[in-house]
Design a protein around this ligand. Structure first.
Ligand code: HEC
Length: 133
């Protein structure tokens, strides 16, 4: 009676072991992919050649002008021209809103926070004196 049960128990254990190892295999693979993606993002983050026209204006166009442009100016804020963005940089509002600092409304209003890479680019430009380049 017992001897008939043993193989079944062993079979169950072997199946569990197989499932467990398959599970481990999948998770270690996902982990590797994550690392690769992260490495890729780091490599593509160029904060050296930051310019207003090449970096900041496209960021404003993509993430901000929908609500802060010629057709819609939430809070009276517009970010279409260099001097608009420069003014926000000077007052501290630009870095305050994109970094979700206390006391500033978190921007973009309806999207996740900008990537760390994009935020670093804006910081770099503000620190450089917000040139119109
Ligand atoms: C979906 C619409 C939307 C988007 C996109 C958006 N904003 Fe705003 N923004 C708002 C609204 C609404 C307010 C007013 C919020 C409030 O006062 O609480 C505001 C307020 C602001 C203010 C005024 C802050 C203050 O201190 O009163 C600034 C500066 C600003 N946004 C900058 C930006 C920047 C920079 C981006 C892009 C990174 C951006 N916004 C993207 C809707 C948006």
């Amino acid at each position: 009676m017992f001897s008939r049960h043993i193989p079944r128990v062993l079979g169950g254990a072997a199946l569990l072991a197989l499932v467990a190892s398959a599970g481990l295999g999948v998770s270690s693979c996902a982990y590797q992919n994550e690392q690769e993606l992260f490495a890729g993002e780091q490599l593509s983050c160029d904060t050296v050649s930051v310019t207003y026209r090449g970096t900041i204006a496209p960021l404003m166009a993509q993430h901000c002008q929908r609500c802060h442009g010629p057709t819609r100016a939430e809070s009276g804020v517009v970010v279409t021209a260099h001097h608009d963005v420069q003014t926000l940089g000077r007052t501290g509002q630009l870095l305050g809103v994109i970094q979700h600092k206390p006391g500033y409304p978190a921007m973009p209003d309806d999207e996740p926070m900008l990537s760390e890479c994009d935020i670093n680019k804006v910081k770099k430009w503000v620190r450089a004196g917000m040139p119109d380049n």
